[in-house]
Design a protein around this ligand. Structure first.
Ligand code: UT7
Length: 325
């Protein structure tokens, strides 16, 4: 076996829809502002009783069924998330438990919106080196649990969801490149100030709403545009492909203006760029795998098609991958 491939994909988005009109009743905003500034019309909100592992298993069950691989053969579960069920243990262990998988490697990977591509790169390396045979790689987020529903700067942006892929060894290499990076000096532009070891939870942190996502949107926007372009170019160069070779770009869905800027930079027409931000908003690490699974479900990907995945998120982190389908 020389390479690694995606055997199957799956996704789950909750049924409950929160529209821009609903948000107009909650904070000082408008459908017009949200639509023109972000491209988002509605987002999905998970049931209160569902945690991230519950969203993840709904996506995973579909991927396992499609793969035809018995779940007993899965020997690695990675969940890219920053909204795990608990700070301890990792939500991947709970995913395993709920799927009836145990005694294998399971861990969470925290790289915010780049979490799924980072997780793919780890699973790829582990399969390549023989540390794993079949990997369940997930991006799952319950952002509604860490969203400040009084903060119009952020609450209009986020949604819940989960997507995943099952990876295994193959005769041919399907992962043509990865390009990942990060810069922690940007940490306070997009973060949750409290609840970690620096600022553990106190009455004060709760009162000051420090357990919710804070973002300096405009500054984040500028870095996102340049880093998404840079990492996409880097992944393409490593893979030895040009824009014309790309069948589909699957970008992180934080803002339609960022996606359009990326398409212009890459000289790829928007028809070749997968967009679902209008329907599900920004689901952080779940965004790329949900989009990939939806593209797969729609039959947009045929054998040997070249797919470019690109993401950017808190950290800041950024990641790109070129896959031959
Ligand atoms: O997923 C990880 C990475 N995340 C991103 O890449 C997100 C990057 N950032 C963005 O997508 C955009 O910066 C936002 C959509 C978050 C904001 O759009 P913007 O065009 O950068 O707006 P802004 O932050 O510069 O704010 C412009 C104005 C402000 O009012 P003033 O100060 O000009 O009077 C905001 O208070 O828009 C106001 N504003 C709103 N108005 C109505 C901010 N949020 C809202 C809102 N409704 N929801």
């Amino acid at each position: 076996m020389k390479g690694v491939k995606i055997i199957s994909t799956g996704y789950y988005i909750p049924e409950k829809i929160l529209t821009n009109q609903d948000l107009e009743k909650m904070v000082d905003t408008s459908d017009e502002w949200i639509t023109t500034r972000t491209g988002i019309k509605e987002r999905r909100i998970a049931d209160e009783k569902d945690a991230v592992s519950d969203l993840a298993i709904k996506a995973a069950r579909k991927a396992i069924e499609k793969s035809g691989i018995p779940k007993e053969k899965i020997d690695l579960i990675i969940n890219g998330t920053f909204t795990p069920d608990y700070p301890l243990p990792a939500s991947a262990c709970l995913v395993g438990e709920k799927l009836g998988i145990k005694n294998v490697q399971m861990f969470d990977l925290s790289a915010a919106c780049s979490g799924f591509i980072y997780s793919l790169s780890v699973a790829y390396s582990m399969i390549k080196t023989g540390l794993s045979n079949y990997a369940l790689v997930i991006g799952s987020e319950k952002l509604s649990a860490v969203t400040d529903w009084q903060d119009r700067n952020t609450c209009v942006l986020f949604g819940d969801g989960a997507g995943c892929a099952i990876l295994g060894a193959s005769h041919e290499e399907h992962f043509l490149s990865f390009s990942c990076g990060a810069d922690g000096s940007y940490r306070e532009l997009l973060y949750i100030p409290a609840g970690g070891s620096l600022n553990p939870a106190t009455e004060e942190t709760v009162k000051n709403r420090l357990h919710f996502v804070k973002m300096e949107g405009n500054k984040t926007f500028k870095v996102a545009v340049s880093k998404m372009a840079e990492v996409a170019r880097g992944a393409m160069k490593k893979a030895g492909i040009s824009s014309e070779d790309i069948k589909l770009v699957i970008p992180h869905q934080a803002n339609i203006r960022i996606i359009e800027a990326l398409a212009r930079f890459l000289n790829v027409p928007m028809e070749k760029v997968f967009v679902n931000i209008d329907k599900i908003g920004n689901c952080s690490a779940a965004t790329v795998p949900v989009a990939l699974a939806q593209a797969d479900e729609k039959g947009l990907l045929k054998k040997d098609d070249i797919v470019l995945l690109v993401a950017f998120g808190g950290g800041f982190t950024w990641a790109g991958a070129v896959i031959k389908w």
